[in-house]
Ligand binder design. Structure first.
Ligand SMILES: Cc1cc2nc3c(=O)[nH]c(=O)nc-3n(C[C@H](O)[C@H](O)[C@H](O)COP(=O)(O)OP(=O)(O)OC[C@H]3O[C@@H](n4cnc5c(N)ncnc54)[C@H](O)[C@@H]3O)c2cc1C
Length: 378
């Protein structure tokens, strides 16, 4: 079968790119192939509203996002309410948007329950043996394996129903006032509806292992301590995101690799929604000849990516795990635009200076003193 574009993987990047391409060219012959029985996986993707480029297109406005005027953070002895509009896209919402978009475009095909087995610049072969050819092939199958030279962000989240309103009007992005131990630990709470919360127990650690039973128990204890009575657990999600301090994203080439596998993520937050939104907008504008624009974007991305590597190294290698919350608390003292640009991988040179220069946070060097220091970075 001949197409204009074939995308392998209907996750965050593959899904958003497909929506943007179909919106820009309604008669595009597009195939989106997903290994699972339904697209979009099992995630709740959060990002700042400002992460979406201004010219992203009408498809973005149609996405059923849940939004808030900002969020809170809490550390021992310091808390802040940040008025930075924040929102989330659930897998369910992305799957519904894809279903609608593919139903409305006769030349587009969403293939689920079938893995891509081989992929090159001319097309893909599927597990059932069929071949899809296209001048633009996009590999959005996400990363495989673990980070080499880096730590991890690992988390388990429970979406819960409460027996009364939570009282939260905005997310709590980081509540680090919880027991720390041999990792930097915090709770992350999204008020999805007055009586529905997603509570995630998150840790930044050197090792990828996570004990699900322990995390579930910790979430229940945190909910009880916050005065929330859980009447039902609706869903569970978990994740393991690399937080590297070594390894740069590869230069774009055909076939295009997007998403985690292409290095299109934020090394210091583990998030990739900002990159996914920018790539979707860029590919919709430059579908016929994407490499020049992508390489320009990649050069910008590399510079900010390197900053993330340095910050990961500082956090993981210069602070003892129980004091690792200190640089994050310092970060959240910064002006709102600096925080927003950092999260969106858009830091300016002045932002970089504000992030790196000045009196180091308390605990700096404690990892050296404890013999937990690693020297390689970049
Ligand atoms: C639970 C969780 C929560 C997260 N929350 C956030 C967040 O709030 N904000 C944020 O920005 N980032 C978040 N992230 C990080 C990151 O943005 C996500 O991991 C994001 O989904 C990565 O996008 P992706 O397109 O690279 O991969 P994915 O979204 O994982 O998509 C890859 C897709 O490819 C499919 N696939 C794989 N192999 C094949 C194959 N051979 N053939 C066909 N299909 C295949 C997979 O089934 C999957 O659907 C989260 C990650 C996790 C795990």
């Amino acid at each position: 079968m001949q197409y204009d574009v074939v995308i392998a993987g209907a996750g965050l990047h593959g899904g958003l790119i497909a929506l943007a391409l179909l919106d820009a060219e309604p008669t595009l012959r597009l195939a989106l192939v997903e290994r699972a029985d339904r697209p979009a996986g099992n995630h709740t993707w959060c990002f700042h509203r400002a992460d979406a480029p201004p010219d992203i297109g009408a498809w973005f406005a149609r996405l059923p996002l849940i939004g808030w005027p900002g969020y809170r953070v809490a550390f021992p002895g310091f808390g802040r309410t940040l008025d930075l509009p924040y929102c989330c896209l659930t897998s369910e919402a992305l799957a519904a948007a894809l279903k609608d978009a593919f139903a409305a475009h006769a030349t587009a095909r969403l293939i689920t329950g079938c893995a891509v087995t081989t992929l090159d610049a001319d097309g893909v072969t599927l597990a059932d043996g069929s071949q899809l050819r296209a001048p633009l092939v996009i590999d959005a199958r996400a990363m495989a394996g673990r980070a080499e030279g880096g730590g991890y962000q690992k988390f388990l989240g429970l979406e819960v129903e409460l027996d009364a309103d939570s009282g939260l009007d905005r997310p709590v992005l980081m509540d680090a006032c919880v027991a720390q131990g041999q990792q930097f630990r915090f709770m992350y709470v999204l008020p999805l509806a007055p009586r529905r919360l997603l509570i995630e127990d998150t840790a930044f650690a050197r090792t990828p292992e996570l004990d699900p039973a322990q995390r579930r128990a910790a979430i229940h204890a945190y909910a009880a301590a916050s005065g929330w009575r859980i009447s039902a657990v609706l869903r569970e999600e978990s994740g393991l995101l690399p937080m590297p301090w070594r390894g740069m994203p590869p230069a774009p080439r055909m076939p295009l690799t997007v998403g985690y596998a292409g290095g299109w993520f934020h090394p210091a937050t583990g998030y990739s929604a900002p990159s996914a939104l920018r790539l979707a907008a860029l590919l919709a504008r430059h579908r016929r000849d994407p490499l020049p624009a992508l390489r320009t974007e990649w050069r910008r991305h590399r510079r900010r990516f390197r900053l993330g590597l340095v910050l990961n190294w500082l956090a993981f290698c210069c602070f003892r795990p129980d004091l690792m919350w200190q640089p994050f608390a310092r970060f959240y003292h910064l002006p709102l635009p600096v925080i927003a640009r950092f999260c969106s991988l858009q830091s300016t040179a002045l932002d970089v200076a504000r992030l790196l220069v000045g009196r180091p946070p308390r605990g700096f060097g404690s990892a050296w003193r404890a013999g937990q220091h690693t020297s390689e970075v970049g």
